[in-house]
Design a protein around this ligand. Structure first.
Ligand SMILES: Cc1ncc(COP(=O)(O)O)c(C=O)c1O
Length: 487
């Protein structure tokens, strides 16, 4: 009977937040903070238990995902926090969205979820249609191929491999692999394992797996003790804010960084370690929400085209609508599509879009067991429908304006604490005087019921779900003001 009731409520899309899992889930009017500190006692107890078998140094709290709803995340101590961090920018529709819960009420979909295939070998009969109708439907303009993967790091990792294969195909032409190439690659030697590089930028974050890590430069702790490739690292523009008052200076900064890219490409060609690809985030996220202008990105693309280097745009964090466009690089008005666009997070599975040139010419060159997850694609299908039906990109732009204007006002009100509000849509950040002040603000915000995140050394980042509304933004701004006054 109770199950019947739940099914009916879910079918009617009625969902209200509550302790009883059979009641409907609804967002509270405002955050609820019950424990004296967060993490509270129950979170700490669970942390101890987990600590016995797994490292817990990064854990902020233990969530109760049964009770979390919409923009609010519940923890095991009864705190209900307005979540503007959303699992490091990974929750497009908030928690327990009824449309997503419905997906697995359909037994056909449930079977897709539980019979997870090795997609490269035994894909299900629905897979080609799903890729065409769901993933190619959101493909960046001009890219007609996709390689599905697992997470952000492994998407970049495999995309780099695709770039190297593409580069060597150009060098080799139509000739077959030589015997020498076949033997030498087996012992990590040239010519089979050639010296090739990926150029990345200071402050970048492209993941923590072994190859991707050579292009990550946001924090030493990610890299310490891990061997790295000798790959070039260029300066990313560092702008003066507000942007409209520092146009000439920031333009010079763009030029300086672009010249450095050209110099490095030249330098690495000369030392026989040519640059095959450039990897860049549309907004450097982990590294501190550093933006670069559309002119910078177009200049970078033109250098890449001139030098025969592939341009990879890493949209792992920016992709999926948070910047007010589905792909952040749509803001740049590129003359031609980028060569490779990687994604993960809000899109549920990982992967990269590309064109025919980046399809390996032989099987098993880009491959792993899962190569994505059809269950996640079912969720993505529903997410995209909701984004379109509920015009969530327009919502992001409207709410983003409220949040950004509010942050700019706070910056004026507290000039000794805050500066450099920036970002697009609701993908926003603000700088604090120093790391200590930033960390104190994030902790204090959490204790007033607002979950934000830090990035870089001194920035607070905002990564709400696409269903974050103006009234949510006003709650965040009110609580932020209270915290700033208390400092
Ligand atoms: C821009 C970017 N690239 C790659 C990654 C790595 O993704 P994952 O943590 O899923 O491996 C991240 C993660 O935050 C990211 O922000």
């Amino acid at each position: 009977m109770r199950h019947l009731l739940l099914n009916t409520l879910i079918k009617q899309n009625v969902y209200r937040l509550g302790c009883n899992r059979y009641s409907t889930l609804q967002e509270p009017k405002e955050p609820i903070v019950k424990s004296k500190a967060i993490p509270g006692p129950k979170s700490l107890e669970l942390k101890d238990k987990l600590d016995a078998v797994q490292s817990t140094g990064t854990i902020q709290l233990f969530a109760d995902y049964e009770k979390s709803a919409g923009n609010y995340i519940c923890d095991v101590d009864g705190n209900v926090l307005l979540d503007v961090y959303t699992q490091i920018s990974s929750v497009p529709l908030g928690y327990n969205h009824p449309r997503l819960i419905n997906v697995f009420k359909d037994e056909k979909n449930l079977k897709t979820l539980i019979n997870r295939p090795a997609l490269g070998v035994f894909p299900g009969k629905e897979w080609p249609e799903k890729l065409h109708s769901i993933l190619m439907n959101i493909a960046p303009k001009g890219l007609n191929k996709i390689t599905t993967m697992m997470c952000g790091s492994c998407s970049n990792e495999n995309a780099y491999k695709s770039i190297f294969i593409w580069y060597q195909n150009k060098v080799r032409g139509t000739a077959a692999f030589t015997e020498q190439e076949k033997c030498s690659c087996m012992i990590n030697q040239a010519p089979g394992s050639p010296q090739l590089s990926i150029l990345s930028f200071k402050g970048a974050f492209h993941g923590r797996t072994l190859g991707a890590l050579s292009t990550t430069h946001s924090k030493y702790i990610h890299k310490m003790d891990i061997p790295s490739f000798d790959w070039p690292v260029a300066s990313f523009p560092q702008y003066k804010y507000p942007l409209d008052e520092n146009v000439a200076e920031n333009k010079k900064e763009d030029q300086k960084c672009l010249s450095e890219v050209e110099d490095l490409i030249e330098q690495y060609t000369k030392k026989s370690n040519p640059v095959a690809g450039v990897a860049i985030e549309p907004i450097q996220s982990e590294g501190g929400d550093n933006e670069a202008s559309p002119e910078f990105f177009r200049g970078l693309q033109s250098i890449c085209k001139k030098r025969g280097v592939a341009l990879l745009i890493d949209e792992v964090q920016t992709g999926g609508g948070g910047t007010g466009k589905f792909w952040c690089h749509e803001h740049f008005n590129f003359e031609q599509p980028p060569d490779v666009v990687t994604f993960s997070k809000k899109l549920q599975l990982g992967g990269y879009f590309h064109n025919d040139d980046f399809v390996p010419n032989e099987p098993y060159r880009i491959f792993n067991t899962w190569m994505g997850d059809p269950g996640k694609v079912l969720l993505l299908e529903e997410i995209i429908k909701v984004i379109q039906e509920e015009k969530l990109l327009a919502n992001v732009n409207e709410t983003g304006k409220v949040l950004k204007d509010g942050l700019l006002n706070l910056e004026k009100e507290f000039p000794n604490i805050l500066n450099s509000t920036r970002g697009r849509g609701t993908f926003l950040a603000i700088n604090c005087t120093n790391t200590n002040v930033r960390d104190r603000i994030i902790t204090a915000l959490r204790h007033t019921g607002v979950q934000t995140g830090g990035c870089g050394d001194i920035s607070i980042r905002f990564r709400p779900a696409l269903v974050f509304k103006k009234y949510h933004a006003n709650i965040v701004l009110d609580r932020f003001r209270t915290v700033l006054k208390s400092l």
